[in-house]
Design a protein around this ligand. Structure first.
Ligand code: HEC
Length: 263
């Protein structure tokens, strides 16, 4: 006697019970079942239980079709409290809520007067040294070089001499100044930090594309450029002086050789 289980349980698997009481799928209906009657009974019970659990849960959809505000979506509700006029002139509400004033992200609480952020000490003078949070190191200067080359050199030039591509093309109403001219050697280091953070005259601020850490590194690197572009021969170490003398000798030798060849 064959009985279709799925007829009873509305399970969409065409299983049937064979003569021995075992379960077979229709594909193998003629083969003897590998299950005993007792096992088949147990399996039927488990299947029924599964179907019962399945049919008792998750049948209502009103939790996810309920009204809600999506990020970046417009909202009629918020249009009442804080209306935004769209490009089409209509009034919309902004689904994304603005941050309450003076909100600070967790772990980001900083003293707004910290010289690290402002570049100024308690008396309001520009710092002449790096703030205590920033340690002068090879890494800092390398970082400063990378950021300077990416964010400042396009105008101020890789050597800081004011001969960047934008300056050379004359696209600025005022010439791009050299950052390595003598007058700027006297400026405190925070002068360069502040110019980057707040902008300078017609130069736009490079903050927040560069954060404070980057800007201090850039300021330190500008000092490197100032030293290198204003270096005197006496500033060289004895080894470098030696190398320079050798290079000079080699140059003279080459010159003499060419003159000798030409004659
Ligand atoms: C898009 C071009 C441009 C970029 C990029 C730029 N600057 Fe400038 N910068 C200028 C111009 C132009 C001036 C002169 C502004 C003026 O006189 O109104 C200037 C002025 C300055 C000054 C004042 C120099 C002086 O003569 O006192 C400093 C310092 C300075 N920039 C630093 C930086 C640093 C640091 C960066 C990168 C983080 C940077 N600038 C990126 C165009 C640029």
């Amino acid at each position: 006697m064959r009985r279709m289980i799925w007829q009873k349980t509305s399970l969409p698997i065409p299983l049937s019970v064979n003569r021995e009481g075992g379960l077979t799928s229709h594909a193998g209906a003629n083969r003897p079942s590998p299950f005993t009657r007792r096992e088949a009974g147990g399996m039927r019970f488990v299947l029924l239980l599964g179907v019962l659990c399945f049919s008792l849960t998750a049948c209502r959809t009103d939790m996810w079709v309920q009204q809600k505000v999506e990020a970046q979506d417009s909202s009629e509700f918020y249009a009442l409290v804080d209306p935004v006029r769209g490009f089409d002139g209509k009034i919309y509400g902004d689904g994304s809520r603005p941050m309450p004033p003076n909100t600070i992200a967790r772990g980001k609480l900083q003293d707004p007067n910290d010289p690290f952020l402002t570049g100024k000490d308690a008396q309001g003078n520009l710092l002449t040294k790096l703030p205590p949070q920033v340690k002068l190191s090879r890494e800092l200067l390398n970082h400063g070089q990378e950021k300077f080359n990416a964010f400042c050199a396009n105008c101020h030039g890789r050597a800081g001499d004011g001969k960047g591509m934008i300056a050379l093309r004359g696209q600025w109403p005022r010439p791009v100044p050299s950052l390595v001219r003598e007058q700027l050697l006297q400026q405190p280091i925070a002068y360069f930090f502040n110019s980057g953070k707040y902008g300078f005259g017609i130069m736009y601020p490079l903050y927040p594309q560069l954060n404070e850490e980057d800007l201090w590194a850039v300021a330190a690197y500008i000092r490197v450029l100032q030293l290198s572009q204003n270096a005197k021969i006496q500033d060289l170490s004895p080894e470098d002086l030696e190398k320079l003398a050798q290079a000079e000798m080699a140059r003279k030798q080459r010159q003499q050789n060419t003159i000798a060849q030409e004659n």
